[in-house]
Design a protein around this ligand. Structure first.
Ligand code: SAH
Ligand code: SF4
Length: 356
């Protein structure tokens, strides 16, 4: 019998399934605070209950296959699922500048976990290595949750320590909206990992109808749009999904999306040398995002073997950024986190295939 994955269930669901219902909160504490990997050592549960849980549920739906460290402190994991498929997760360590009231500057380390939502991806973007392997299947809620739990466990990250989550690993999260939205809520449970929805970001290639659906759910999560091109013709070449959902439909969906008053929608712009890095694109971007509380995140294209696309030079990136900044559009350049360990999505998995 295939066992149920404990992490698939919300605390409310568990309290329906396991009686008396206060046990659900205890279980959550063992799983998400104490990082239990077996039911055996859940001391405050009766022995019989532990045996029953053991027969019915599993706590370890992912097996850690490889870990790779980058010089910049990011760490990349490859996990195996019960059916042999693999997914990637990246732990990023960012150093934030924090200004104190007396004006002094301190650095604060912040963890961000970049998680996968599917094995492969149906969207098929031309620049993306995940797409090259095709689509295998959706991840379950528990498989999504477990990525973060295992990474926290492996790095001894205290349960109380703040972490951010980005659905920017493998897969299109809005193509697996049911499991993803359930995971968002379980992540946010104050009796579990307590990762506030404001610290979770869903990144999408722009499935406009699903953006609307996500908005209607009113989860409170942050939204990131992988735009990458400012006219439909080029975007269609880079991202075939643009045929079904063009730029206008995305912008319209974003305009209706409920955004926390202190937040902005992030527009990711993957810069590919000689393809979309012209200043005229920056100009168009400015008018496209007019009237939206937006911020732009420029990403260096991360090359891999066999791709025709090239990484832009720093000079061009900075010019693009400054053009937008000078005209009042917030714009950051994503550091090439983990470039030496090929941290762009899909790259570790491809390497491991080559090594076998
Ligand atoms: N499917 C979702 C989320 C996962 S992809 C989406 O597309 O938004 C997360 C980000 O990685 C996307 O912005 C994607 O464009 C970017 N990406 C894909 N391949 C890349 C590469 N080779 N170099 C840099 N970023 C890449
Ligand atoms: Fe899928 Fe995102 Fe890769 Fe496009 S960039 S193929 S949507 S994972």
């Amino acid at each position: 019998m295939i066992k149920k994955i404990m992490q698939d269930y919300s605390k409310e669901e568990l309290s329906e399934m396991i009686k008396p219902s206060f046990r659900a909160k205890q279980l959550y504490s063992w799983i998400y605070h104490k990082y239990a990997d077996s039911f055996d050592n859940m001391q405050n549960l009766p022995k019989r209950m532990r045996e029953e849980l053991k027969n019915e549920f599993t706590l370890l739906p992912l097996k850690m296959l490889t870990v790779q460290d980058s010089v910049d402190g990011s760490r990349k994991y490859l996990f195996e699922l019960y059916d042999g498929h693999t997914v990637e997760v990246v732990l990023l360590l960012m150093r934030d500048k924090v200004y104190h009231e007396d004006g002094s500057l301190k650095h604060q380390e912040r963890y961000t976990v970049c998680i996968s939502s599917q094995v492969g991806c149906k969207v098929g973007c031309a620049f993306c290595l995940t797409a090259k392997g095709g689509f295998m299947r959706d991840l379950t809620t528990g498989e999504i949750i477990e990525q973060v739990r295992q990474v926290k466990m492996d790095n001894n990250i205290d349960a109380n320590r703040r972490v951010n989550l980005v659905f920017m690993g493998m897969g299109e999260p809005l193509d697996n909206l049911n499991a993803v939205s359930r995971a968002v809520k379980i992540f946010a449970d104050p009796d579990g990992m307590a990762i506030s929805v404001h610290r979770q970001t869903i990144s999408t290639s722009g499935l406009s109808s699903k953006i609307k659906k996500l908005g209607d759910m009113d989860l409170g999560v942050n939204l990131a749009i992988s735009l990458h091109a400012v006219d439909d013709e080029l975007r269609q070449q880079l991202m075939p999904i643009n045929r079904a959902y063009n730029i206008k439909s995305i912008i319209d969906a974003v305009k209706e999306f409920p955004i926390n008053s202190r937040k902005r929608v992030m527009f990711e712009y993957l810069v590919i040398k000689g393809v979309n890095d012209d200043i005229s694109a920056a100009k168009k971007l400015l008018s496209l995002l007019d009237g939206i509380k937006a911020k732009v995140n420029l990403i260096y294209f991360n090359p891999y073997g066999g791709t025709e696309f090239r990484r832009p030079e720093e000079k061009g990136m900075v010019e693009f950024q400054e053009f937008l900044l000078k005209r009042g559009l917030l714009c950051t350049i994503r550091e090439s986190k983990g470039l030496d360990i090929s941290a762009a999505c899909g790259q570790l998995r491809e390497q491991s295939k080559e090594n076998i």
